[in-house]
Ligand binder design. Structure first.
Ligand SMILES: Cc1cc2nc3c(=O)[nH]c(=O)nc-3n(C[C@H](O)[C@H](O)[C@H](O)COP(=O)(O)OP(=O)(O)OC[C@H]3O[C@@H](n4cnc5c(N)ncnc54)[C@H](O)[C@@H]3O)c2cc1C
Length: 435
């Protein structure tokens, strides 16, 4: 995917002169040094950099890929995510790329029996092309604030500050006064904070887009189809574009490389035919754009108890997005939760920068660092209950859908879900507030 022209979006920016948590210092103790470094240029990293930029604060995003990366075809964004995209100033342009999904259409096909249920979606839900979202977030981040081809290999404490020293894969080092790990499930920053590696659930999912040059005839709905051991989703994006995912009971056998996505698709099609999947769905998968296909063989999650008790801060180092709360796709909230993190973190840091500026130029650097550390603590206090509930709900949904629990465990899961009120899609009503 070509990198967009950052900062040339033509958008009227709320730009004051970017301030930093401290002035950027280059050449300090031989390592390049920056005030705020964000590791990972995915949804959360870019949203955090943009949120900080909107508050007039500069940061540097380090991304291991050589250009913007948007794996996974489509992403469902609920009302809570849209509230954040509004705050970031990119909602209007993204709304133009995807229709509103108005209905959940559940179809359960078991032998000769098929049950159907249609439930209206009461809050905003759209399925975005991930590439559109990533590009919209990156477009207004000034040139030079995203650096590609930088894979962070290790993090160490910086003895001269509350921040950290980053070591890149090529051996070069960089100092960060504030470090935010947004590098997803296998986060080096999370490891530095003492968090355990994320856990995995083996589950194969093929995702992709299908283009209908003359338009399709589907409603603007999220079709959720259960047939045999397959769980299939189809989300309308526009009159011509549809996103699908197929959760397969088992990955293709060893003789099919999981990198050969056309072959994986052929295997999936064959198995779908064997369980008499509706022809309309088979056609969508068969006609999908091979370039859009994405395949994963496991889901990643941080158990809810670690989200509740884990340490998300060391000095002025913290995490956001999947690095903090990977939760699998079971409630479709991972991306939106990462967007919420971005707004809350930028808001807290901006308050601290204002306070530090108010303390005057002569205030000692340690006082400034303490203010930033306190702001990160506030961010974690605000986010922890929210992401703990999301992680718990996703964990339970995953247990019900994937693990075939015993009747007693199943009853307990359902009881917790009732207590959480998930039927109301309560999590989509959440508002993380203004930037
Ligand atoms: C099958 C599936 C379906 C999903 N569907 C939905 C959905 O419908 N709605 C939803 O909200 N969420 C969904 N999710 C979850 C969502 O995709 C994630 O929560 C979201 O992408 C996390 O964003 P992130 O920015 O935190 O991490 P990522 O998207 O993983 O981005 C991390 C970035 O960091 C970079 N990086 C990694 N390591 C390093 C390093 N060492 N140095 C430098 N850079 C690094 C990566 O290249 C990447 O660009 C789904 C997940 C799966 C698996």
């Amino acid at each position: 995917m070509p990198a967009p022209a950052h900062g040339r979006g033509g958008r009227k920016q709320r730009s004051r002169r970017p301030r930093t948590t401290d002035q950027v210092e280059v050449g300090m103790a031989e390592a390049e040094a920056h005030s705020i470094v964000i590791v990972g240029g995915g949804i959360c990293g870019l949203a955090t950099a943009l949120a900080l930029h909107r508050k007039g604060i500069a940061s540097l995003v380090l991304e291991k890929s050589t250009s913007l990366r948007a794996d996974g075809a489509g992403i469902g964004v609920h009302a809570n995510g849209w509230r954040v995209l509004e705050q970031l100033g990119v909602a209007a342009e993204l709304r133009e790329t995807a229709h509103l999904i108005t209905v959940y259409h559940d179809v359960w096909q078991q032998g000769d029996r098929t049950s159907r249920e249609k439930v209206p979606v009461r809050t905003e839900l759209r399925c975005l092309n991930r590439k559109d979202m990533i590009e919209a977030l990156a477009k207004d981040i000034p040139a030079g604030m995203i650096r590609f081809g930088c894979r962070i290999a290790a993090i160490d404490a910086d003895p001269s500050s509350h921040g950290a020293v980053l070591t890149m894969a090529d051996g070069t080092t960089m100092k960060a006064k504030v470090l935010i790990g947004c590098e997803g499930t296998y986060s080096v920053v999370a490891k530095y904070l003492g968090l355990s590696p994320v856990r995995t659930i083996p589950r194969a999912v093929l995702r992709g887009f299908t283009w209908f040059p003359h338009g399709h005839s589907f409603e603007n709905e999220f079709l959720r189809l259960r047939v045999g051991d397959f769980f299939i989703g189809r989300l309308t994006i526009t009159d011509n574009l549809v996103h699908f995912f197929i959760t397969m009971p088992k990955p293709p056998t060893a003789d099919v490389s999981t990198k050969d996505l056309k072959k994986v698709r052929d295997v999936a099609l064959k198995e779908m035919q064997d369980v008499e999947c509706p022809a309309e769905i088979i056609d969508i998968v068969r006609d999908s754009d091979p370039e859009s296909l994405n395949f994963v063989t496991e889901f990643w999650y941080r158990p809810p108890w670690e989200v509740i008790f884990g340490s998300f801060q060391k000095g002025t180092v913290t995490v956001a997005g999947d690095a903090m709360h990977a939760m699998g796709p079971f409630i479709g909230q991972g991306g939106s939760a990462g967007l919420e993190d971005a707004v809350v973190l930028a808001r807290s840091l901006a308050r601290a920068v204002e306070d530090a500026d108010g303390a005057g130029k002569d205030a000692p650097a340690s006082a400034r660092e303490k203010m930033i550390g306190k702001a990160i603590g506030e961010y974690i206090r605000e986010r922890r209950p929210r992401v703990a509930l999301l992680s718990l709900e996703s964990f339970i949904m995953g247990a019900l859908l994937v693990r075939s629990p015993s009747p007693v465990a199943k009853l307990a899961c359902v009881a917790v879900l009732i207590l959480l009120g998930s039927k109301s899609l309560r999590h989509a009503y959440y508002d993380c507030g203004r930037l």
